[in-house]
Each structure stands twice: as structure tokens, then as C-alpha cells.
Design a protein around this ligand. Structure first.
Ligand code: AMO
Length: 423
């Protein structure tokens, strides 16, 4: 049984529990073992008077973080965690832990992030850290449920590819037999090809790879992206899907992760929709003369804007010259694009796409790229490509901003960054 399945009302019942030894408290004639499993803690109490002497001796010597199987009787005990304890008949050490531990699992001794990530298997045993991934799982489930209900088809596109999609960030090369290939930066080109294939509404939750040199608290070299693409929809239509999705995710986490939010001391509020929308030009106005027209908004600029707008907001109508080739122009200078922001963190970006073949070829050339390298993609635009729009949402960015984490690495089980390739 698991800790969450046992209650004080089961007083007198025989149970078998499994878990890790979180703490052993030896008071001489009385030993307490605090057992930890995924859901919480179980106090195993051994009064010397009533416990078999062999079991009592063994319990005193058990090292912390060993894995146990305990058979015993539930006893109502107000002072114990969750109001019950277990008086054991059998204690089976399934696996003994070595000592000293590489990392403290109790919250008594704080460790720096590097030490924690190096010993991630142990760090993840901490209830506070586990709670993040329980919530991340709920978020993923909520996104999947929402998009399925909205009529989207879940797809899987290649991660080994021949071309770049997102100008700016670098590619990771991989050797592919006698050719050079790359790890995909985004499912962008493939989700668009699926619009030509008539799939109409697709989504993918999968890894993206970005060989960004800079080591920041918001960037990973391998991240998870939630991507959608919708035919016969413009950028405004997909912005509406995105804000409804975010609100639904907040609702689901509030409803189903009450305990984890409490462990993390996070108070969530479902953001009100529609989210505020400001244009790029309005953003520049808010910043005074900080950023020349046509340049991207840097971290400082986003911090300034983020401090002025509560909750989530969109920045729309970005200059076309700083957007990738697949984005549709609004006029000579601007594009039908948007970023979804929460404070200073960019959660998602999206746009209506250029679906007209000639214009798309022109865009590719104007970015200094070669249409021949994109022939597999361009071909899909020559035989009936509907107008379409979509976005990509960074899953770890969403977890980070929702839970107020100060580093995106906290939202990834085994983060990949500029220096970290193991574990
Ligand atoms: P973009 O490059 O803005 O757009 O990426 C979309 C979202 O993915 C997340 N993200 C990252 N998260 C962590 N570390 C990184 N290095 C990283 N890079 C990106 C961010 C970002 O908002 N093809 C377009 C999307 C589209 O138009 O559909 C794209 O990839 O949250």
C-alpha cells in the first residue's frame, strides 16, 4: 500500500508498505522510522517492549535512504504524520543505502543547484522537487485533453532533419550515415506540411533542440515544445486557442494538484481571458527610447513591460525583419505574429504563416537562405496549401512561470545546458 491509501480509520488493519528511510529517530527504548513514498510519509513505530528483539536491533541499524518493505498494523496516533503509525511485524530491507549520502533529502541542509543536478536521482526524492514534476505531468495531461477536445490530431514529426527553421539560434549537427543532419529546432516545417496534407488541426508535444551558447535561467539546449497548427485560421484565432488553453491548464492544476501547490507554497490564480494585447509599437512607447524600432526586446525591456502588466499578455505585430521566413506580413514593415508573455518570460510565439508559394520563396531569399534547401517543404505549397496559423509554447517556461521557479532547469528532470550533458 502507499501512504496516501492509509488513514487513521484503518486502525487495527494489517498492511504492507514500501518506501525509503527518510529518517531514523532512536530514543533508546523507542525507535521511529519515517518512511517516505511518492505521496508522503509513514511513521513506523517500534516500542522495544512489544517488538521482536531481532527486528528491533535491525531497525536501529538501518541506514537512511535504504528501501524497506514493512508489514504491520495500523494504529491511530494523532501526533504522527496523517494521524496514524504502523507497528511493524516484519521489516525487510530490500536495498541498503550507502552512507554518507551525496545529497540531503530532508530539507535540513540546502545544496546548490549544481550539486543537486549532479545527484538528480536523489534530488528528485525531495517532496518539493517531486511536486514540480507531478504538476508538470498534470499540465501535459491538461494540454492533451484540451486539444483533443478541440478536435486536434496529435502527431509526431522527425527530430533528425536536414534544415534549420528558426533563424538566430544554432543547430546541433549529427552524423547521419554519409551525410550531415541536424537535431530539429522546432516541428515548424512539418506541422505546416501537414496543413497541405489536409490534417487541418494538429498538435505535437515533443523535444526541440537549440544550440544556444548563452547559459541563462530561461534557456535550455533541449526543451519541450507544445506546437499547434490550424488551417483556415488567422493569428487572432490561434491566440484565442492559446489563452483558453492557458486558463484551462491553471484550472486543472488548481483542481488536481492542491497538495503539490501547498508543498511548493504556490498560490495560483486562474488568469482572466482575454489576455491583454499590446502591439510591438505600443511596447516601444512604454519603454521610452530604450529600444530602436525594429530591434528585438531584450531582457531589461521585457522586465520593464512585465512589471507594468499583471498576469499574461500578448505582444503582437512584430517587425517582419526580425521574424522567421514563414511568418506572414501584415504590411511592408509588420507581421501577423505574436508572443505570449507572463511577466518578463516569453511562454510562446506564433503567427499566421505565408501560404503563398511565390511570397514564401521571396521571404526565404530575403533572409539569405536558399530555396533549394527547403524543396521538401516548398513542394507542399505548390499543390493546394490552405491559409494557416499556429504557435509553439515552451512547456518548461510554462512550468517555471506558473510555479515561480527561479531557474528553468528546475522544470526539467535532466536539463541539458552549455556545460551539462550528464546525468
Ligand atoms: P520560438 O523559437 O519562439 O518559436 O519557440 C517557441 C517557444 O519555445 C520555447 N523555447 C525555449 N524554451 C527553453 N529553452 C530554449 N532554448 C527555448 N527556445 C524556445 C519558448 C518559446 O516561446 N516555430 C516557432 C513557433 C511557431 O511559430 O509555431 C518557434 O519555434 O517558450
Amino acid at each position: 500500500m502507499r501512504s496516501a491509501e492509509i488513514s487513521p480509520e484503518m486502525d487495527g488493519k494489517k498492511v504492507t508498505v514500501f518506501g525509503w528511510v527518510h529518517e531514523v529517530r532512536d530514543l533508546g527504548g523507542l525507535v521511529f522510522i519515517v518512511l517516505r513514498d511518492r505521496e508522503g510519509f509513514i511513521q513506523v513505530t517500534l516500542p522495544k517492549k512489544i517488538i521482536d528483539p531481532e527486528t528491533f536491533k535491525k531497525a536501529k541499524k538501518i541506514s537512511r535512504e535504504s528501501v524497506l518493505r514493512v508489514e504491520g498494523t495500523v494504529k491511530k496516533e494523532e501526533k504522527a504524520p496523517n494521524g496514524f503509525e504502523i507497528i511493524p511485524e516484519v521489516i525487510d530491507v530490500l536495498n541498503e543505502s550507502q552512507a554518507p549520502l551525496p545529497l540531503e533529502v530532508t530539507e535540513k541542509v540546502p545544496a546548490d543547484l549544481d550539486t543537486r543536478l549532479e545527484n538528480r536521482f536523489m534530488d528528485l526524492r525531495r517532496p518539493k522537487i517531486f511536486a514540480i514534476f507531478k504538476i508538470k505531468s498534470e499540465i501535459t495531461k491538461s494540454i492533451r485533453d484540451f486539444l483533443n477536445r478541440e478536435g486536434f490530431i496529435e502527431v509526431q514529426t522527425p527530430k533528425i532533419v536536414s534544415t534549420a527553421t528558426e533563424g538566430g539560434t544554432e543547430l546541433f549537427p549529427v552524423s547521419y550515415f554519409e551525410r550531415e543532419a541536424f537535431l530539429n529546432q522546432s516541428p515548424q516545417l512539418y506541422k505546416q506540411i501537414l496543413m497541405s496534407a489536409g490534417f487541418e488541426k494538429v498538435f505535437e508535444i515533443g523535444p526541440i533542440f537549440r544550440a544556444e551558447e548563452h547559459n541563462t535561467t530561461r534557456h535550455l539546449n533541449e526543451a519541450t515544445s507544445v506546437d499547434i497548427e490550424v488551417s483556415f485560421a488567422d493569428h487572432e484565432d490561434v491566440m484565442k486557442i492559446l489563452e483558453r488553453l492557458i486558463a484551462k491548464v491553471y484550472c486543472d492544476v488548481l483542481e488536481n494538484c492542491e497538495k503539490q501547490l501547498e508543498i511548493l507554497d504556490v498560490k495560483l490564480e486562474v488568469p482572466e481571458i482575454p489576455f491583454e494585447r499590446i502591439t510591438y509599437d505600443e511596447a516601444l512607447e512604454m519603454l521610452g527610447d530604450q529600444i530602436p524600432w525594429g530591434e528585438d526586446l531584450d531582457l531589461q525591456a521585457l522586465k520593464t513591460i512585465g512589471s507594468k502588466i499583471e498576469s499574461h499578455y500578448f505582444i503582437t505585430n512584430w517587425p517582419i525583419k526580425i521574424k522567421p521566413f514563414y511568418v506572414m506580413a501584415l504590411d511592408e514593415k509588420l507581421s501577423k505574429s505574436f508572443d505570449l508573455m507572463h511577466g518578463y518570460i516569453e511562454l510562446a510565439s506564433g503567427a499566421q504563416r505565408e501560404h503563398r508559394y511565390e511570397k514564401l520563396v521571396e521571404n526565404i531569399k530575403s533572409k539569405g537562405l536558399h530555396p533549394e534547401s527547403f524543396e521538401f517543404y516548398l513542394k507542399a505549397f505548390r499543390y493546394g496549401m490552405p491559409p494557416h496559423s499556429g504557435w509553439g509554447l515552451g512547456l518548461e517556461r510554462l512550468v517555471m512561470s506558473m510555479l515561480n521557479l527561479n531557474n528553468i532547469r528546475e522544470a526539467m528532470l535532466f536539463p541539458r545546458d552549455r556545460t551539462r550533458l550528464v546525468p
